[in-house]
Design a protein around this ligand. Structure first.
Ligand SMILES: Nc1ncnc2c1ncn2[C@@H]1O[C@H](COP(=O)(O)OP(=O)(O)OP(=O)(O)O)[C@@H](O)[C@H]1O
Length: 478
């Protein structure tokens, strides 16, 4: 998706020049004649501006004034300033006021494009780091979610209302729709923000350990209980207990969970008394819990206790407007420092993603982008790098493939039919197997040119040779 640049300059010729250069570099441009108009544009609720190019000398409100007011209004966006005066003092002042770069007019097209791309890159990485940091400190909020579609915005509006209380929430939705990230955002937006968010995957609890994991145990309570252990309820005290896939809980644990919710107390295995716990409960399910209640495999009373505030997340195919934003976010997450040359997606790739059905929802999109980052061999992710989309999108892939270079020749692509992340039996490959496979492909792709292979893999040549030995990969020509 093309980034949108706001160009603010009172000089019409400059505005036209900057707009022309940036449009031909693939950006979307919005231009305005002065500082006040720029500020007005930036503070509009529907603002889609990604970066601002600001002239420092404007008669109504100068660049410093705009930067100051942006700061006061909490608008956090990369700003590059332009000035005819190249004094060091002015540059320092601009950076102090919050600009990320300083350009002296007349500025050449290349310098301009590189400056904008670097600033966007930094900003993407910074927001991804901030998002992950908030997630780590249990403060992830709704503003960290990608929400372009009406469907997801409605879910967020509902979730915000539920976030401010301790009401038990049940989030339903297909696998990978974002149930956990919603639960984290509800926790982060509520009064328990910053307190523990303790996740329990109910589908992965070993049958005989469910109770001790949830409620804890005393020393000697059973063979192997060599010391006293607090359970997840106690760990979550003061915060939120997140019961993922709650429909998978076995019946005996359902009974104990119900009791804990009803009384606000837990009985650790082997303990003589009960403990009071103060937790908020958020549960998720991708199964039809009502149908399970009807079949007698899930307790009805527990179902009503858990689902006081029900929330259903729509599948990705019903909110396609979110796809490109999510794809950009995952690109920033997985690109890393070694892939800074990877700039974005080709138009055909975006179309392929928009058409796909995404049965695995956002998680599938995340995996597809992760692989594409490994497979991409140029500045853009193209349809042929999007391994694992359904048939509708493959049609787009084929068309784009043949038309891509305009002369009908097939471009070189890695062997995309083989999923390098999975063995033929469907199990995940080990990291060593994946690394060896990536090296083999790079050797083929760069025809054994070791310096190029090492550079593309982001490692030194001696490391590459060591890995060839470790994985017993034959050097080309050896
Ligand atoms: N709206 C969103 N904005 C940003 N990231 C999202 C959004 N929705 C989902 N994600 C990301 O997609 C991935 C899958 O989401 P999540 O784990 O929350 O899904 P889930 O429904 O809990 O999956 P499962 O059913 O498999 O447990 C995660 O990396 C999550 O951060």
């Amino acid at each position: 998706m093309a980034a949108t640049v706001l160009v603010a300059d009172d000089d019409r010729l400059q505005r036209n020049y900057l707009s022309a250069v940036l449009s031909s570099a693939g950006f979307t441009i919005e231009a305005c004649e002065g500082g006040a108009a720029a500020l007005d544009r930036l503070t509009r609720r529907d603002s889609r501006i990604d970066i601002c190019l600001l002239d420092l000398n404007m008669p109504d409100l100068d660049g410093f004034g705009v930067l100051e007011r942006m700061h006061a209004a909490g608008i956090d966006m990369p700003v590059i300033v332009l000035t005819a005066d190249g004094s060091v003092k002015r540059a320092v002042d601009a950076m102090r006021a919050g600009a990320v770069d300083f350009l002296v007019k007349p500025v050449g097209p290349e310098r301009l494009e590189v400056s904008i791309r670097n600033a966007l890159e930094m900003s993407n990485l910074t927001s991804e780091v901030q998002r992950l940091t908030r997630q780590e400190s249990d403060r992830l909020g709704f503003d960290d979610l990608i929400a372009a579609s009406t469907a997801i915005r409605e879910s967020i509006a509902l979730a915000r209302r539920g976030a401010s209380t301790d009401i038990p929430v049940l989030i339903s939705g297909e696998s990978g729709t974002g149930k956990e990230v919603f639960a984290r955002a509800m926790h982060g937006a509520g009064p328990r923000s910053g307190q523990p968010f303790v996740a329990v995957n109910c589908g992965a609890l070993p049958g005989d350990m469910v109770e001790s994991i949830l409620f804890g145990h005393e020393k000697g309570a059973f063979a192997g209980a060599t010391e006293r252990r607090p359970g997840k309820f106690q760990e979550a005290s003061g915060g939120t207990l997140f019961l993922d896939e709650v429909g998978e809980l076995p019946m005996p644990a359902q009974v104990k969970l119900l009791r804990a919710i009803q009384t606000g107390e837990i009985d650790p295995v082997g303990a003589t008394g009960s403990f009071r716990v103060d937790i908020r409960l958020i549960s998720t399910t991708n199964r039809d819990l009502r149908a399970m209640v009807a079949k007698g495999t899930f307790r009805e009373d527990l179902y009503y206790r858990l689902s006081v505030f029900p929330l259903t997340l729509p599948p990705l195919r019903e909110r396609r407007a979110d796809i490109s934003g999510l794809a950009e976010m995952f690109l920033a997450r997985y690109r890393g420092a070694a892939q800074v040359r990877l700039q974005g997606f080709s138009q055909a790739a975006i179309e392929a993603m928009r058409r796909a059905d995404w049965p695995g929802n956002v998680r599938q999109l995340e995996n597809v982008i992760h692989r594409a980052v490994v497979l991409a061999d140029g500045p853009l992710i193209r349809p042929e790098h999007l391994v694992g989309l359904d048939s509708t999108s493959t049609e787009v892939t084929e068309k784009a493939h043949v038309n891509g270079n305009g002369n009908g020749h097939r471009m070189h692509t890695p062997e995309i039919g083989v999923d390098i992340l999975q063995r033929p039996d469907g199990h995940t490959r080990t990291l060593a197997e994946i690394e060896a496979e990536v090296i083999r492909r790079a050797l083929g792709q760069y025809r054994g040119r070791m310096a190029e292979v090492a550079r593309r893999l982001g490692i030194g040549r001696s490391t590459l040779y060591r890995k060839l030995d470790d994985y017993d990969i034959r050097k080309p020509g050896a």
